[in-house]
Design a protein around this ligand. Structure first.
Ligand code: 5GP
Length: 190
């Protein structure tokens, strides 16, 4: 199979990486397809199974771990498992496309390690942890408890930024989108 590129976008939850990833997906010349992760949490808002995530039970997720179906997986939050299925990358590469990932920091670095030549690992940095908290509250899709859990994790995640190939500072969303576009455009040429 012809290998495409792997564009990893990782960041603390609320940094704006999902918005950036959506923006890149809307640019046909980048030839990108979103890697749909498996996840054990409940769908939020308008999320659709098989489009945003492959939602599954913890039992089913564990069966996939046992069968070694994942390229990487993480218990991102307690009892909330997320993972990238091998079949997902194969599906996208078979279409002759590049894969774009919106995944957590540990998973992103693992993909980079497994596919060093094909991967561009990008860390999206929020202006500050306070701003992150404000954005998560504004989104108001989760309880305060869950928001606090995400903030606690953000501190740990921010410390891993130097291990990524590039850091995009998301202080101004339009600037960050443009920067991401240029980076991806350049990388997929290689
Ligand atoms: P959310 O619940 O907000 O959709 O995602 C929570 C976190 O899990 C985010 O940081 C998201 O990027 C990450 N995530 C989503 N899919 C995967 C995956 O396949 N693997 C890993 N390691 N993290 C993921």
């Amino acid at each position: 199979m012809n290998k495409g590129k792997l564009l990893v976008f990782s960041a603390p939850s609320g940094s704006g990486k999902t918005t950036i990833v959506r923006h890149l997906l809307a640019q046909p010349e980048l030839n990108l397809e979103f890697s749909i992760s498996a996840a054990t949490r409940e769908p939020r808002g308008q999320e659709i199974d098989g489009k945003d995530y492959y939602f599954m039970s913890i039992d089913d997720f564990k069966k996939h771990i046992k069968a070694e179906d994942f390229i990487e997986w993480e218990e991102v939050y307690r009892d909330n498992f997320y993972g990238t299925l091998k079949s997902e990358v194969e599906r996208i590469w078979a279409q002759g496309k590049n894969v774009i990932f919106d995944i957590d920091v540990a998973g992103g670095l693992r993909i980079k390690k497994k596919f060093p030549d094909e991967t561009l690992a990008v860390f999206v940095k929020p202006p500050s942890v306070d701003e992150l908290k404000r954005r998560l509250k504004e989104r108001s899709t989760e309880s305060d408890d869950k928001i606090n859990m995400r903030i606690a994790k953000a501190h740990v995640e921010l410390a891993t930024a130097p291990q990524f190939d590039v850091i995009i500072k998301n202080y101004d969303l339009d600037v960050a989108k443009q920067e991401a576009y240029e980076l991806v455009k350049e990388f997929i040429k290689k």
